[in-house]
Design a protein around this ligand. Structure first.
Ligand code: ADP
Ligand code: MG
Length: 334
């Protein structure tokens, strides 16, 4: 069953230019999709758009269907019910997402209470169980956020995200602020929990190796667009878009300290949305750009089974449904 369907999604901040441009994604129930790309490529904007968490005045066009329901058309009350219970989000830097003056157990119990699922006593009990699920003693419920380590706080955030048993968890760089050892633990924890509970996962990172290791599918974003998507291992090991190739080369292995640096051999930064070059947004940094790349933006093209890439070097017809994950029957197991 299709859990999430995103069609031609574009997001423009007030007074700004489009930070997300024409994104198509499909996620089946229980599937794990990684989204990679350098800072500024629109990953967080896309994540926030899925739950309509963008600032007022932001223009969002296209379609977002969660369990077949139109998120962009939802009334406020319905949207509030869907957040946490339908889909939830884990942000980077848990210190800023947790309320410093409330005990973490109460913060985990809050969405459970808010959704009318439990009495206060039952919600407290559930908070304790959730803490144990994320590898913390239930007694830590009485701690304040500042009494916990960064990794422990991120575990609390994960417990909150799971509290109402959502079908979809969105994790936006959930480990970036943590040290490498803790990062690996937290990622494994998220992966294990979503697998056990058969939840859908969108995991956002700039680190392609991490995503290849934890996700079924990968989408690589550049300048607000998906420039490549396909089975996670295939995209990491044999990327077709030169940008995805550069990202893969920069992140050969999980936890590699050298992987903390910018994409190898890629000078410069992604363009600002307000100053996009003509043609392919990547052409100025691309080692294999042709004259046509400066003139025409390249559509996603079929680049193999279940794969597409937006590059002139990919032979194949423009893919009418490039963002879509294939149906269960059509999908070849990697
Ligand atoms: P990523 O998560 O991939 O680093 P973001 O989605 O945070 O990228 O940012 C994409 C673009 O949108 C960037 O150019 C960023 O400056 C811009 N942007 C992000 N948040 C806002 C905002 N609240 N208002 C205006 N522009 C923003
Ligand atoms: Mg971000």
């Amino acid at each position: 069953m299709t859990l999430l369907e995103v069609r031609d999604l574009s997001v423009t901040y007030q007074g700004g230019a489009a930070a997300v441009r024409g994104v198509d994604l499909t996620l089946e129930a229980g599937q794990k999709l990684g989204i990679a790309g350098e800072s500024g490529c629109g990953k967080s904007t896309l994540a926030l758009a899925l739950l309509r968490l963008l600032p007022a005045g932001t223009r969002v066009t296209g379609r977002i269907l969660l369990d077949g329901e139109d998120v962009l058309g939802m009334r406020w009350g319905r949207l509030r019910a869907v957040r946490w219970a339908g889909a939830s989000i884990v942000f980077q830097g848990a210190m800023h997402s947790l309320n410093p003056v409330h005990r973490v157990g109460d913060q985990i119990a809050e969405p459970v209470l808010l959704h009318g699922r439990a009495t206060p006593a039952a919600a407290r009990k559930r908070a304790g169980e959730l803490l144990e699920q994320v590898g913390l003693p239930a007694a830590r419920a009485s701690a304040f956020p500042h009494e916990l380590s960064g990794g422990q706080r991120q575990r609390v955030m994960i417990a909150m995200a799971l509290a109402c048993e959502p079908g979809l968890v969105v994790a936006d760089e959930p480990t970036t602020a943590l040290d490498v050892m803790i990062q690996a633990q937290i990622l494994r924890l998220i992966e294990q929990l979503v697998t056990d509970q058969h939840l859908g996962l969108i995991m956002i990172s700039h680190d392609l190796a991490v995503l290849a290791d934890t996700c079924d599918r990968l989408a690589v974003m550049y300048a607000g667009r998906v420039v490549e998507q396909g089975p996670a291992r295939a995209v990491h090991e044999d990327a077709r878009h030169p940008y995805a190739k550069a990202l893969s080369a920069a992140f050969p292995r999980i936890g590699d300290p050298a992987s903390r640096f910018a994409p190898a051999g890629l000078p410069g930064d992604p363009p600002d949305p307000s100053a996009l070059p003509t043609g392919c947004a990547f052409h100025a940094r691309c080692p294999v750009a042709l004259p046509v790349c400066a003139a025409d933006d390249q559509p996603l093209r079929q680049a193999g089974p279940d794969r597409s890439a937006a590059c002139v070097h990919v032979e194949g017809v423009p893919d009418a449904d490039a963002g879509g994950l294939p149906s269960e029957s059509a999908r070849s197991t990697p």
